[in-house]
Ligand binder design. Sequence first.
Ligand SMILES: Nc1ncnc2c1ncn2[C@@H]1O[C@H](COP(=O)(O)OP(=O)(O)OP(=O)(O)O)[C@@H](O)[C@H]1O
Ligand SMILES: [Mg+2]
Length: 493
Amino acid sequence: MGRIIGIDLGTCNSCMAVLENGKPVIIPNKEGKNTTPSIVTFNKDGSIDVGETAQRKAVLQPERTSVSIKRTMGSDFKLSIDGKDYTPQEISAMILKKLKTDAEKYLGEKVTEAVITVPAYFNDAQRQATKDAGRIAGLDVKRIINEPTAAALAYGLNTDSSETIAVYDLGGGTFDISILDIDDGVFEVLASNGDTYLGGNDYDEIIVEFIKKKLKKKYRYTPDAIGKERIKNAAEKAKRELSIKQVTEVRIPYLTDKVSLEMSVERVELEVMSSSLTNRTIKIIEKTIKEAELNEVDKIILVGGSTRMPLVFTALKNFFKKEPLKCVNPDEAVAIGAAIEADKLSGSCQLALTGKSDIVLLDITPFTLSTNLTNIGKAVPVIRKNSSIPCKNTVVFYNDFHDHTNVGVYQGESERYKENIKMGEINLPHPWSELGSRKVSITFSVDTNGIINATAKDLQTGKDMSCKLNFNSRMSDLQIEESKRKVLLLESK
Ligand SMILES: Nc1ncnc2c1ncn2[C@@H]1O[C@H](COP(=O)(O)OP(=O)(O)OP(=O)(O)O)[C@@H](O)[C@H]1O
Ligand SMILES: [Mg+2]
């Protein structure tokens, strides 16, 4: 059996790591880079490119290219290319397959098992979709772990003190904040929140709009698909430059034969235009500190490429009244943490051999899971937000049911079940001969991957009638095999 590798499957960039001689190391890709752009482009000859090559080709064939597919995980989004539809799981699998192949080349052995990270705030459908993407790519996903928790493991490698830390992870597409207590190798997540639609992409979008306004005003020009792609690239480049400069020039020559753009953007302009985004992250931190029942944290750890923006550093410094730390590599810490967990799961525990204490990870579920079995529209919490995982809880209802009981499973914090997100339902039939008042038990459980299961049982009849919750986002073995063939077909051409 080969080693289990750690994979950070990012919105913009993915990264892999593994334990070697008792130390986590990054696995470079075939191009020799530590991170791989999470981009897939579908060529007209039926082949695909993944990573850097895809990024280069994206400008020429934007409508045949998938970027930020992670933002659609768990949804029914489909990318249609040449009359064929591709799901987010299939496209993510194409990225994972490249990573797997590159890792095999680097390690000189087959890679069949992985720990994959997801944003802490990913819901069940998004986690399940990530697991399925792994299966399509031929990877047995041993565990799904939360990105900020993984980053905390990487940070913990170099500290022996006991402390509370806040991990602020602002990547390309998602924002996560987790507060952890680290004590003698035990990493306990106290509270976690986030926004799966808030990241560097949104800051880019603000500069894109700024540029577009200028183009419209000056040239009455509205960009086509290729123009849009060029503007997006220029905006991202400008954003990066503003992390080291106060002002930058944006140059996009020959958008048409009459339109060439040249303009400058100042750091302070970006700061003002994007302040509502940055403030959103601060509001989420406030809530998380409250939930962790703390007044302050000892350290603030920055993770994710977007934390390179000085505006993030300043906002955090103002809020916490202390400077956040740039002590882990913002692009690699999550993969390193995944490799540490992978090492532990593999049983080889190479870290322990180097004198590090055994690592215990106590993570939580970021949402309240409730059901709707009252007549007054109230959500009945079965598992509360911030419960340690794995966890399981049962509630019992007495009610006048008819020939079946319909149990809804909801995620969210509202007291009214209709305001929460419905994740699925169980239809529990009751035999006709046994109609009348019912006693029904409902059990929800969340496993170490953050994946939910729900069962309902008719206690009145004494019969063991339990149904498994059937989320429509979960792929069957047959569907996985079909997707595997579909992905294989693209590569072999
Ligand atoms: N120097 C920089 N200044 C500003 N932003 C930067 C800089 N370097 C990278 N970024 C931004 O960081 C983002 C990518 O970060 P990262 O690779 O951590 O995201 P990801 O892990 O792919 O996404 P996620 O964690 O949300 O899934 C991009 O939006 C990129 O523009
Ligand atoms: Mg990330």
